[in-house]
Design a protein around this ligand. Structure first.
Ligand code: ATP
Ligand code: MG
Length: 519
């Protein structure tokens, strides 16, 4: 039997719709195609598709050949469509009726419209609306055609919405992986790396594309024995027994050319409802700073125990001797002992002061008490004080008398010079110690040089660090490694800088600059 022309067209269109539904997952494009086909098939003038979201709010998803003014009219009107549990009872007839009315009013009777709801599992999720000239009004058959379309469209909309939701979730997951500060690896149950985020790539110095499809065991290679249980050992013991069984391991990661990186890795299993292991998520955290803090803490403790214990032992020893009731000491011995007790107490007080300064600096710096300072006077003062403590060194001040006065904290600047001169006395066994100065257009440079062993090139970048002491020197000299750290902080607080002079033939030379007051 030959189908009438109209029916053939209708069947072809339905086929096309079905094809479109299967192919098009982009919701807006899909709706556009459905609308275009519907308008054509019903020989309409234009139309629209509106959707209702989860919260019940309406939005016009696509429209064709509808005046903006009319669209504006429709939006608030859509919001008034009452919600009903059973759409067949109320919403469907209501929607058609109201749309016809609206079209008629808005077009002053020139147009007639037909609207049909898109129903998915008993819920109105949207509506499709077509209008045409009043003269060619809509027949019952037109409505059947449109309702077939509406059914198809409802399914498609749902699919596309699900897909959009999925792809949004995927985008969110991607953004999470891309922006995470920690390295993240998604492993298959066979340890194959299904995904590595950029942070992990940066940590290990490889492009994510070079990491993908390698196995965990190729990429996570420990230098030395890690702390805690490795993934391999844990799995050999039956890990993961439960969904919540996280694994933590800490150690140094090998990474090609670069030095190993201290990391902590947390492994979390992803287990299906049936209990099979789907994935292992490894979160890799760079713990360099944590390690540094740990090291600093242990250096601090060892310095305290070493540096503070010695003077206390001396003081206690001398006091104990002096207190012995069975001995009567002559006044010379008492005087000498008391002198040592006094010196050691001063030394202790100095150490404690340095540590307090250092911790104040950590907590946010100290404030300077500024006034006009003559660096020449400060240098002479320091030289005289230290000269009384040594006969093996000659401390020389070599500064022009007319060196400009600077605006700074005199006590702190004296502390800087004292630290430099005391280093020279401590590290050079004898010879000349020279405090000199140079004038530059916008700064004054002060240097302290000695004729000792000098500072090894390898130590130069570190001598201003907190608690740093050269490994060679620290064996036979005492110190906390705070002197130069404090000196640098003070000079920088004045807006200057401090450095070790390179290429010095003999001894060590440390210089600092201070800004000259501009007149
Ligand atoms: P502190 O001054 O806190 O008692 P310290 O002298 O060891 O201890 P710094 O003054 O900060 O600490 O000096 C750091 C390191 O720099 C020293 O341990 C030493 O190795 C090196 N150094 C500093 N001055 C000299 C110098 N004049 N000659 C050789 N090495 C030096
Ligand atoms: Mg020192």
């Amino acid at each position: 039997m030959m189908l009438p022309d109209f029916r053939v067209r209708q069947r072809d269109y339905l086929l096309e719709i079905t094809r479109a539904l299967n192919q098009e997952l982009d919701l807006d494009k899909l709706l556009d195609r459905i609308l275009v086909i519907s308008i054509e098939l019903l020989a309409g003038q234009g139309g629209l598709i509106a959707l209702r979201d989860k919260s019940g709010a309406w939005r016009i998803a696509v429209s064709h050949d509808i005046q903006p003014a009319f669209l504006k009219l429709i939006e608030p009107w859509l919001a008034q469509i009452p919600y009903n549990e059973d759409p067949a009872k109320f919403e469907v007839p209501e929607i058609s009726r109201l749309f016809e009315q609206l079209t008629y009013t808005a077009s002053l009777g020139f147009l007639t419209g037909v609207g049909l709801p898109l129903i998915d599992r008993q819920h109105v999720i949207g509506l499709i609306y077509i209008f045409r000239n009043y003269t060619g009004g809509f027949s019952a058959n037109d409505r059947i055609v449109l309702s077939t379309f509406a059914d198809q469209a409802a399914v498609a909309v749902r699919n596309a919405q699900l897909y959009t939701q999925l792809s949004q979730e995927k985008q969110r997951a991607d953004a999470l992986l891309d922006s995470a500060g920690d390295g993240i690896l998604i492993l298959g149950p066979d340890h194959k790396i299904e995904r590595a985020n950029p942070a992990f790539g940066r940590m290990i110095g490889l492009k994510p594309s070079r990491i993908q499809n390698q196995t965990h065991d190729d990429i996570i290679r420990w230098s030395g024995k890690p702390q805690g249980m490795t993934l391999e050992t844990a799995e050999a013991g039956g890990w993961p027994l439960t969904r919540l069984a996280q694994l933590y391991v800490e150690g140094d990661l090998q990474r090609g050319e670069q030095p190993p990186l201290p990391v902590g890795i947390t492994y979390a299993p992803l287990i299906s409802p049936e209990g099979t292991l789907l994935n292992i998520i490894a979160t890799v955290r760079d713990i360099t700073r944590f390690r540094q803090a740990e090291e600093l803490k242990s250096t601090f403790i060892s310095i305290i125990s070493h540096e503070l214990k010695t003077p206390i032992a001396l003081i206690k020893g001398y006091v104990g001797t002096l207190r012995r009731e069975d001995a009567s000491w002559d006044s010379e011995i008492v005087k000498d002992s008391l002198k040592i007790i006094e010196e050691e107490s001063d030394h202790l007080a100095g150490l404690i002061e340095d540590m307090l300064d250092a911790s104040r600096l950590q907590a946010g710096g100290f404030t300077l008490r500024r006034s006009d300072v003559s660096l020449v006077d400060v240098a002479h003062h320091v030289a005289e004080r230290f000269q009384t403590q040594t006969s093996r060194h000659q401390i020389v001040v070599d500064m022009p008398d007319n060196l400009p006065v600077i605006f700074g904290d005199e006590t702190r600047l004296r502390q800087v010079l004292s630290n430099l001169v005391s280093n020279a006395i401590k590290y050079a066994t004898g010879g000349e110690i020279r405090i000199s100065a140079q004038e530059r257009p916008d700064q004054i440079i002060v240097s302290v040089s000695d004729q000792g062993p000098g500072i090894a090139i390898a130590d130069i970048p570190h001598v201003f660090d907190r608690f740093y002491r050269s490994p060679d020197m620290s064996r036979h000299t005492k110190g906390t490694g705070l002197g130069l750290y404090l000196a640098r902080s003070i000079i920088e607080a004045h807006g200057g800088s401090i450095w070790v002079e390179p290429n010095i033939k003999e001894g060590a030379k440390i210089s600092f600059s201070l800004p000259r007051p501009q007149d």
